[in-house]
Design a protein around this ligand. Structure first.
Ligand code: TTP
Ligand code: MG
Length: 348
C-alpha cells in the first residue's frame, strides 16, 4: 500500500539550460529564450534571469524592462527536442512505464524495479547530467498528483519525497493554485469566496466542488485528500521503439552491422504491429571501457521499413569511433507518429 512507485521528472529551465550548455561562455548570465522582439513572448528564462522577475509567457518588452542586460536568444525547438530524446531514452532504460507529458516532463512508474526509489532518482539525475550536462527536479510519491507536487518542491536540481504520512502536513497549508486542475482563473474565483488554501478547500462538499469546477470537481475533491488513481499512460504519446544487446567486446564492423540489420527487422515488425512510423533513428554504443555514446539522425520524412532504418543506422555507425572495442549496440526509432497521421509529429 502506498509504495513510492511514481516519479515525476521535470527539467530545470529547460530551453535556457540547453542554450547555456550549447554556449558555455554564457554560463552565469541571465538567459532568456524567446521574447527578443518586443512582440515576442518569453518561453523560459534561466534561474539567474528569474531573479530579475522574468518568467515564461511574459511579453518580451516587459522582460527587457526588468532585465535589460539579459541575453535574449531565439527558440531552437529542434535542438530541445533532440536533447529531450536523449533524456527520455535514459528514462526508458529504467522502465517502459514512461508517460511523456512534454519535451521536458515525464511520469515514470518504477514498480517493476527492484531498487530504492531514491536510488533510481539519483541514478537518473546522474545519467542525465553526464549525458546532457543538464539538471532536473524529481518528485517521488505514490501517485501522480503528489509526485508532481514534489518535483516542484525545491527546484532547481531538486529531489523530494512525499510519503503517505506527510500528506496532511504538506497539503493543508498549500495555496489552491498548487492543485493540478485549478488554474489561475479558478484560483481567483476561490479567493473571492474566501478559499485560499487546501485546508479551506477541504471544508467544501464534493457537490459544491462539482458545481464550482464542473466535471473536474470530483477529481479535485479526491486530489486535495491525496488521492489520485490515474495510471501512467505510456500510450499518451508513443515515444520510441528500440532494441539493444550486449555481447563479447568486438571491433568487427561486420558483426556490428549484422546486429543492426537484425534490430532493424525487429523494429520494423514492432512499428508494424502498432501501426507507427518514425522520423528519428538513434544508434547507441557502449565501448569496452563502458563509455556510452548515442548518435541520432532526424529525417524530414517518416520511415517504417527495416531497410530504411538500417540505412540510417549504418550512416550513424560510419560516424562513430570504432578504434575501441564495442560491448553493446542498439537502435531506437523515435519521433513516432501513427502511420495514418504522419504529418503530426509528437511535440507539435
Ligand atoms: P517548464 O518545465 O514549465 O519550465 P522550465 O523547464 O523552463 O523551468 P522549470 O521547470 O525549472 O521551472 O517548461 C518547459 C519548457 O517549455 C520551457 O523551458 C520552455 C517551454 N515553455 C514555453 O514555451 N512556454 C511556457 O509558457 C512555458 C511554461 C514553458
Ligand atoms: Mg521544466
Amino acid at each position: 500500500m502506498n509504495k513510492l512507485n511514481i516519479l515525476h521528472i521535470d527539467m530545470d529551465a529547460f530551453y535556457a539550460s540547453v542554450e547555456e550548455q550549447d554556449h558555455p561562455h554564457l554560463k552565469g548570465k541571465p538567459i532568456i529564450v524567446g521574447g527578443s522582439s518586443n512582440h515576442g513572448v518569453v518561453t523560459t528564462a534561466n534561474y539567474v534571469a528569474r531573479k530579475y522577475g522574468v518568467h515564461s509567457a511574459m511579453p518580451g518588452f516587459m522582460a527587457k524592462k526588468l532585465c535589460p542586460n539579459g541575453i535574449y536568444l531565439p527558440v531552437r525547438m529542434h535542438r530541445y527536442k533532440e536533447v529531450s530524446r536523449q533524456i527520455f531514452s535514459i528514462y526508458y532504460d529504467f522502465t517502459d512505464l514512461v508517460e511523456p507529458v512534454s519535451v521536458d516532463e515525464a511520469y515514470l512508474d518504477i514498480s517493476n524495479l527492484d531498487m530504492d526509489p531514491v536510488d533510481v532518482a539519483k541514478e537518473i539525475k546522474r545519467r542525465v547530467f553526464n549525458t546532457t550536462g543538464l539538471t532536473l527536479s524529481v518528485g517521488i510519491s505514490y501517485n501522480k498528483f503528489l509526485a508532481k507536487l514534489a518535483s516542484d518542491w525545491n527546484k532547481p536540481n531538486g529531489m523530494k519525497i512525499i510519503s503517505y504520512d506527510m500528506v496532511p502536513e504538506i497539503l493543508l497549508p498549500l495555496s489552491v493554485k498548487k492543485v493540478h486542475g485549478i488554474g489561475p482563473k479558478s484560483a481567483e474565483k476561490l479567493n473571492n469566496i474566501g478559499i485560499y488554501t487546501i485546508a479551506d478547500l477541504l471544508r467544501l462538499s464534493e457537490d459544491f466542488l462539482v458545481g464550482f469546477f464542473g466535471k473536474h470537481g470530483n477529481e479535485i475533491y479526491s486530489r486535495i485528500r491525496g488521492i489520485d488513481t490515474r495510471v501512467i499512460d505510456t500510450e499518451r504519446e508513443r515515444k520510441s521503439l528500440g532494441t539493444e544487446t550486449t555481447f563479447e567486446d568486438t571491433d568487427n564492423k561486420d558483426i556490428l552491422k549484422s546486429y543492426l540489420y537484425e534490430f532493424s527487422l525487429e523494429i520494423e515488425s514492432a512499428l508494424d504491429k502498432d501501426n507507427f512510423t518514425g522520423k528519428t533513428v538513434s544508434l547507441k554504443i557502449k565501448y569496452e571501457d563502458f563509455k556510452v555514446i548515442t548518435r541520432s539522425k532526424t529525417l524530414t520524412y517518416f520511415i517504417n521499413s527495416a531497410n530504411d532504418i538500417y540505412d540510417v543506422a549504418i550512416s550513424l555507425l560510419e560516424e562513430v569511433n570504432l578504434s575501441k572495442k564495442v560491448r553493446l549496440i542498439g537502435i531506437t526509432v523515435s519521433n513516432l507518429s501513427p502511420a495514418d497521421m504522419e504529418q503530426l509529429s509528437f511535440f507539435d
